[in-house]
Design a protein around this ligand. Structure first.
Ligand SMILES: NC(=O)c1ccc[n+]([C@@H]2O[C@H](COP(=O)([O-])OP(=O)(O)OC[C@H]3O[C@@H](n4cnc5c(N)ncnc54)[C@H](O)[C@@H]3O)[C@@H](O)[C@H]2O)c1
Length: 391
């Protein structure tokens, strides 16, 4: 039985609790930690957990029966809490974003290597059937070489979203929608396509005049093989219609799932190519749905690696770092109005939290600051099954 502690019992904690609850015979939530312990207590009662409540993660180190930590605290705390836990012999499943800077990511990776603990970063939307199937199609080059990827990481958040005490500042949230929302899609894009070699971005705040950080960015990237991607990150999109569209040599393949294929007429204009489209649809239909999706899927993947004594879980710390590298390049390009080449070096001004803070623009002053919101409703990404004809 794997004993788990959850640190931070706000909005996202229930996704972890429900994820672990899917595997009651394999793991148990033994402790809950929050600087507002009454929140941890309320969650303990709501989910009828047999767990101890603490007001600091250091109290966990007084006991020796905890194996795995879920870190569900604000981004600026991820690095220190992860490092402390690994130094005390605990495996870590850390919420996205991995940290607030590449320097912090590297310190976390160093601690992992020094201690030999596991460090996985949440990217629960990889664990969606249409996303896994799209990744398979790309790996198998079923539609040929990728020419362009269009990714819409579009969300909608009202003004009051930025009233929560840690949101909306470069210091505590670490960034806006690129770091905290598009992080999901950036991880998935990097996983599907690798890191680009060049990024040019525009970063802006269109409709949240109570936040220092951006609520909109567009990044245009070029890859080593000459292909390109465009990534839109937004908090002003009604309907939150998130999608991946891969334009490949032979067809367009997407999540939510759709496929279209054109071929050339003698004069170069396109016409539908139904045989190719059917061939790709037929391949897609052979792929199995996942047994567990979202947080439960990633939790299953991580606890399976603990049970089997290996470290081959899907989302490694290097993936979290790669995502941060892309995001850091978006900020560097956006705030310097320049094209940015990757990789970013350790002497880059944007490598550290201090460097980022010194080089970004505060779009607006943060105005409100409430201690807590009712975590009744949050959105954590599409399930991408909208157009799946198998369902
Ligand atoms: N995977 C997803 O889809 C998803 C969705 C929402 C949030 N998140 C991430 O989860 C993290 C938390 O976000 P949230 O929306 O749940 O925030 P939240 O404010 O609702 O919850 C965070 C909790 O952590 C507690 N906390 C803060 N500092 C702490 C510390 N040092 N030690 C212990 N507890 C501490 C706070 O009191 C709060 O209860 C962020 O990194 C966020 O980006 C992920």
């Amino acid at each position: 039985m794997i004993n788990v502690a959850i640190i931070g019992t706000g909005n996202i904690a229930p996704s972890h609790i429900e994820g672990y609850a899917a595997f009651k015979d394999r793991c148990k939530i033994a402790a809950l930690v929050d600087i507002y312990p009454e929140k941890a207590q309320a969650i303990k009662e709501k989910y009828h957990l047999d767990a101890d409540v603490y007001d600091s993660h250091e109290k966990l180190f007084e006991r020796d029966d905890i194996h795995l930590i879920s870190i569900c605290t604000p981004p600026y705390t991820h690095a220190q809490i992860s490092i402390d836990c690994m130094n005390h012999g605990l495996d870590v499943l850390c919420e996205k974003p991995m940290a607030a800077s590449l320097a912090e990511c590297d310190a976390m990776i160093d601690a992992r290597d020094k201690t030999g603990q596991r460090l996985s970063i949440i990217s629960q939307n990889r664990f969606r059937s249409p996303i896994m199937k799209l990744k398979n199609l790309l790996d198998q080059k079923v539609a040929g070489r990728v020419l362009h990827a269009q990714v819409d990481s579009v969300w909608w958040r009202g003004h009051s979203y930025y009233d929560l005490w840690w949101r909306g500042t470069w210091e505590k949230e670490g960034g806006g929608c690129t770091l905290n929302h598009a992080v999901h899609h950036i991880d998935m894009l990097n996983w599907m396509k690798g890191l680009p070699v060049e990024i040019t971005a525009i970063v802006n705040n269109l409709n949240h005049d109570n936040a220092e950080v951006e609520d909109f960015s567009v990044a245009i990237s070029k890859y080593e093989d000459g292909s390109m991607s465009t990534m839109m990150s937004s908090l002003v999109h009604h309907g939150e219609e998130q999608q991946f569209i891969f334009q490949c040599e032979q067809a367009k393949i997407c999540a939510p799932w759709s496929v279209a294929a054109f071929k050339s007429r003698p004069n170069g204009f396109g016409e539908p190519y139904p045989e190719k489209q059917k061939e790709i649809e037929d391949y897609y239909r052979t792929l199995e749905d996942l047994e567990y999706e979202g947080h439960a899927g990633q939790i299953d993947n991580v606890i399976r690696s603990i049970e089997n004594g290996h470290k081959n879980f899907l989302v490694q710390a290097e993936d979290g770092r790669r995502t941060l590298e892309y995001i850091t390049a978006v900020y560097k390009s956006g705030f310097s109005s320049q094209k940015v080449c990757l990789p970013l070096e350790k002497d880059d001004p944007f490598y550290t939290v201090e460097g980022i803070q010194a080089n970004v623009e505060k779009f607006y002053e943060k105005t409100g600051s409430v201690e807590n919101f009712d975590p009744e409703f949050i959105t954590t990404g599409n399930d991408y099954s909208k157009y799946n004809y198998d369902k």
